[in-house]
Design a protein around this ligand. Sequence first.
Ligand code: CIR
Length: 253
Amino acid sequence: MSRAITRGIPSSFTRALTAARLDSPIDVTLARAHHAIYRDALSAMGAAIDLLDPDEAYPDCVFVEDTAVVAARLALIARPGAESRRGETAAIANVLAGHCEIARMTAPATLDGGDCMRVGTTIYVGRSGRTNSAGVAALAAAFAPRGFRIVALELPPNVLHLKCICSPLGDDRILLADDSIPAEQFTGLEIIRVPQAETYAANAVAIGAHVLVAAEFPQTHDVLARAGFTLHLVPTTEVRKADGSLTCQSIVF
Ligand code: CIR
């Protein structure tokens, strides 16, 4: 059974990091309601949910994906690229220690889990404003000995994380936004395309034949339904104001 680690939304979420121009402030009550829908959907998809308490000192702590990379029973605790987020990792490492072996990375390495996409035995990692070459090297040092191939990709400067433009749909296919990065980099994978106008929805969480997808993007819903998935729609209006999406709200393993 899959397990999903999640973390609640602090009242300080209104101060989360963002590059988005906000038409309206984050509604924390609504964001928490959406988070509950998210957890219920993951549960309906067959995952056992861990819900950690939020920490008011960390406005972005709901975005647990960035704090660790988990595969083959190894959890590499990240050193997030944003300094204000580094303290988020301690609580996550504590929980993961109950399930996995723990590895850590040290300065100058920085890496956000949102830049890491495991597909089968390959981990694609985006070099971004958050993830540097030392972070990529730390990822390789942790996972190459476990049989994973590490493929580093360069991200356009306007892309926060690799998984803002693509996400895994099982072990041999991915969802990829049109006009984002070259599809040829994903050798041997089936690519399911999201129209450029719905780039945000290229970030989806798949478990088996179920997929959790942003509620506001109908063309992507059609694409995923045609690919044979059962859809679980989750509203994203509030997390989007904090540059967040769906994969970033859980660590699934
Ligand atoms: C940040 O800028 O770090 C957060 N406000 C958003 C992080 C979203 N994480 C992700 O997509 N993996």
